[in-house]
Design a binder for this molecule. Structure first.
Ligand code: ADP
Length: 538
């Protein structure tokens, strides 16, 4: 696409910049503008490729900027009164102020001067400042700058209020009427006038660019060089400008950082609240769901047990072989369904925090033996061996929840048998730690089955996770068994982990912490435990 700029090349804009007599920073000369501020503005504009046309002003810059006679003014006193009316770049120059007195007057402090006759140079900004600083002084004089010192020398005024640089300039020029008079400055601490580039509407950007470039002129020494040429004392002021600009940059940077931090804090707070609310409502929903399932447990199990009871009674009656076979299948299906329901209901009960652990006395050894006995028929059916081994130092009696421990052991042994085709399964119990009031036991359920790939060894303890998708097809199951086991173990203050190698087998380890029964152990029941080893061969 053709741009309008290509068809109608725009003429570079020329900015009209004013100059007036404002010694020693700007002079009107027959050859045009001169002085430090002019040199500096010219150089900065040249570097920024901003074209300037210098326009001589009969009066002050404020009116010229307001009327639009000029676009810019290079050294425009930056005062609060002016700030809202005319655009001002950031300040690029500072002039300290002083009172000049005749030494013979014995005036030494600012307080002594307040109330005395002041002569003030005929610049509106200086006059306003004099009013503000010396409210009790009648400002008798508003004098063209050339005559300003004269008033102090002739005794027309007690003191002279002006910028330090103008004072130095006038001293250098020599003032008529001051011959033989010894003048002394009283510096006014912390008070100075700062100067910006003033701009009328539409020229703000140019003003800001020139001012920014002037600040950069301090870095390569250009400002000091220009100052030296026009007799202006630059080093201190340049330093002042430089530190001011650095400070301002730092302030800007800190401001941006602070805004950034505040925004981040608000965002994080808002996000946290959202996350917390979402988590709370998700938690409430999850609890409600789990509670519902836990309540349903009873409602589902009761009729299921009815079905199973009736089926087993029916199976014991005389009937045709074909009918017997149908009922047998129905019985198997009902048992499988009950096991799935049990898993789901158990899991939701644990999840809802509704499962309570019992604390009763039981014998871990007897329990292991019972579990092995329960599953020996199934192992035999698959042609697998099933072996148990109880450590000699495992206490005969402990306190805990035997039903939950049994559930864990049966689940692991069941899985062992389910996922093993050759060899067998074993269960081992040994003493982990014997405390004064509690005892830690370590169990290991090992098989010689298909094993679990390393990548899936961690996820199998999560709900609904199966090592291999084909598992469900081949072996059935819900993927809840190990999740329930892991939570039960956790509730018994233990931990569970697996070691496995595909095609070689798996070893599930878990620990539980049980209470000790001092009375029985000290009371002689202990000898029950030996190094028991039993095997049921398939
Ligand atoms: P499932 O009801 O599916 O058996 P589990 O939580 O008990 O659920 O087991 C999760 C998965 O872990 C199983 O589907 C199987 O892939 C794997 N797994 C568990 N025990 C064994 C084992 N002894 N040998 C091989 N894989 C096993």
């Amino acid at each position: 696409m053709l741009s309008a700029g290509w068809l109608f090349p725009q003429k570079p804009r020329i900015y009209r910049i004013g100059y007036a007599n404002f010694p020693p920073l700007i002079w009107k000369t027959p050859a045009g503008p001169a002085g430090f501020a002019v040199e500096v503005a010219k150089e900065a504009a040249r570097r920024k490729k901003i074209e300037l046309e210098w326009v001589s002003l009969p009066g002050g810059p404020e009116a010229a900027l307001k009327s639009g006679t000029i676009d810019l003014y290079p050294i425009f006193a930056n005062t609060p009164q002016r700030r809202g009316l005319i655009h001002m770049s950031r300040p690029w120059w500072e002039s300290p102020l002083a009172l000049i007195v005749d030494r013979r007057s014995n005036l030494k402090t600012l307080d002594q001067v307040d109330g005395r006759r002041l002569s003030v140079v005929d610049f509106s900004v200086t006059q306003n400042m004099a009013h503000a600083l010396f409210p009790h002084s009648p400002h008798v004089m508003k004098i063209p700058y050339e005559e300003v010192l004269q008033a102090a020398c002739t005794g027309e005024a007690d003191a002279e209020f002006l910028t330090v640089s103008l004072y130095l300039e006038l001293l250098q020029q020599g003032v008529r009427g001051c011959e033989g008079v010894s003048l002394a400055p009283i510096f006014i601490p912390d008070v100075s006038i700062s100067y910006s580039i003033g701009a009328r509407a539409g020229a703000e950007r140019a003003a800001d660019q020139i001012a920014a470039e002037i600040v950069d002129l301090t870095y390569d020494g250009t400002l000091a060089r220009l100052g030296a040429r026009s007799g202006e004392i630059v080093s201190n002021q340049a330093q002042l400008v430089r530190s001011l600009s650095a400070e301002r940059r730092m302030t800007n940077f800190l401001f941006v950082v602070a805004i950034g931090l505040a925004a981040a804090a608000v965002l994080v707070g808002w996000q946290n609240r959202r996350v917390r609310k979402a988590r709370e409502s998700a938690e409430r929903a999850r609890k409600a769901e789990a509670e519902f399932l836990a309540h349903m447990s009873h409602e589902i199990r009761t009729p299921m047990n009815g079905v199973l009871g009736m089926l087993s009674l029916a199976l014991e009656t005389n009937m045709a072989a074909e009918t017997h076979e149908y009922l047998e299948t129905a019985n198997h299906s009902a048992l499988a369904l009950l096991s799935v329901l049990n898993d789901i209901l158990d899991f939701s009960k644990i999840d809802a925090g509704k499962l309570e652990m019992e604390s009763i006395e039981f014998s871990p050894k007897q329990m292991v033996e019972q579990c092995v006995k329960t599953l020996s028929q199934e192992a035999r059916r698959k042609g697998l061996s099933i072996v148990q081994e109880i450590g000699r130092d495992v206490p005969e009696w402990c306190i805990g929840d035997p039903n939950r421990l049994r559930q864990v052991l049966l689940n692991l042994l069941n899985n062992g048998i389910k996922f093993t085709d050759r060899g067998g399964v074993s269960v081992k119990a040994e003493l982990g730690r014997l405390g004064s009031t509690d005892v830690a036991l370590h169990f290991e359920v090992r098989d010689t089955g298909m094993g679990i790939p390393l990548s899936q060894q961690e996820t199998i303890f999560q709900a609904f996770k199966q090592a291999d998708r084909s598992t469900t097809r081949k072996f059935g199951g819900t993927g809840l068994g190990l999740a329930i086991v892991a939570r039960l173990v956790e509730m018994m203050n233990g931990r569970i982990w697996v070691e496995s190698e595909p095609d070689r087998g798996s070893a599930f380890h878990f620990t539980v912490v049980l209470g000790r029964t001092p009375v029985r152990e000290n009371g002689g029941a202990e000898p029950l435990v030996g190094h028991a080893r039993g095997a049921v061969q398939g």
